[in-house]
Design a protein around this ligand. Structure first.
Ligand SMILES: O=C(O)CCC(=O)C(=O)O
Length: 267
């Protein structure tokens, strides 16, 4: 019997309060998430969601326990073809940026980079592999994702990503589903190599629920304009959304390499 209780509280702050202590609390696993409401204006989120309806080259994630499609160039979908990945970066960065053109506001990626610079003295930048830039800021429609965790140096042999010692992520929600579903659930349970025995079969990135048996969790609603940071090595999942209005978000990972280096962002 799997038992758990819901008592782990995210830290809700305003954008101008964000500082290094918040990031440290996340890195140390003291809080499940940092939540900043109204980070992006609601009317802009609505325009972007309307624009997104006219995009027809959205791709499906190939991983089996995720029901999600995307606009962008995520490493997990291109890891067998590094050259093609880096070739696609400029085009896919501009395809995403177009969604935010002429709205009188910076893109979410630009705003998150500025915010992170207030919380990390060496700063924050999009990750580079030598002279080649990574893609950051994938736009996703997510129906559900199974229980999983993300850790680039474990999953990919890409030199810059192998430097990452702690992995976080930011998600900005652009459209809330009209169902009651779509919540992000973050478990107070961090991945360790022993957990690989609970992994689902090849081709999935999921784990069975006995890995979080007894752990507490926090549920976060994907409200429009809400920015959420969490640590990706905590088991997490997106609860199924069966509504008609799509759950739309934009996100990128954030890697900590060491205290003297900028945070690096990629998707
Ligand atoms: O869409 C979300 O709320 C979280 C998605 C996720 O699993 C992640 O960003 O690692």
């Amino acid at each position: 019997m799997i038992s758990s209780t819901l008592v782990w509280q995210p830290e809700y702050i305003r954008g101008d309060e964000f500082n290094n202590l918040h990031l440290q609390r996340l890195i140390n696993g003291e809080i499940p998430a940092i939540v900043i409401d109204d980070f992006y204006p609601l009317d802009v989120c609505q325009i972007v969601a309307e624009r997104f309806k006219n995009i027809f080259d959205i791709e499906e994630y190939s991983l089996k326990n995720i029901s999600s499609s995307y606009l962008g160039n995520p490493v997990c979908e291109m890891c067998g073809n590094k050259d093609e990945y880096f070739k696609r970066v400029p085009l896919m960065m501009s395809r995403v940026a177009e969604l935010f053109n002429e709205l009188g506001i910076e893109t979410p990626l630009e705003m998150v980079l500025s915010l992170l610079k207030n919380g990390w003295i060496p700063g924050a930048e999009v990750a580079m592999e030598g002279s080649k830039q990574y893609f950051a800021g994938v736009v996703r429609v997510t129906k559900s994702s199974g229980l999983h965790n993300d850790l680039a140096p474990r999953d990919f042999r890409w030199p810059t990503l192998e430097q990452v010692s702690h992995q976080l992520v930011w998600n900005l929600y652009l459209q809330k589903p009209d169902s009651n579903g779509g919540k992000l659930r973050i478990w107070d349970r961090e991945w360790s190599p022993l957990d690989e025995q609970h992994k689902l079969t090849a081709g999935t990135m999921g784990y069975t629920y006995d890995v979080v048996d007894g752990a507490t969790y926090a549920d976060i609603e994907p409200l429009e304009g809400r920015l959420v940071f969490f640590k990706t090595t905590n088991f997490h999942e997106v609860l199924r959304d069966d509504g008609n209005t799509e759950r739309l978000s934009i996100a990128s990972f954030i890697g900590v390499t060491n205290d003297q280096e900028p945070l690096i962002l990629w998707s």
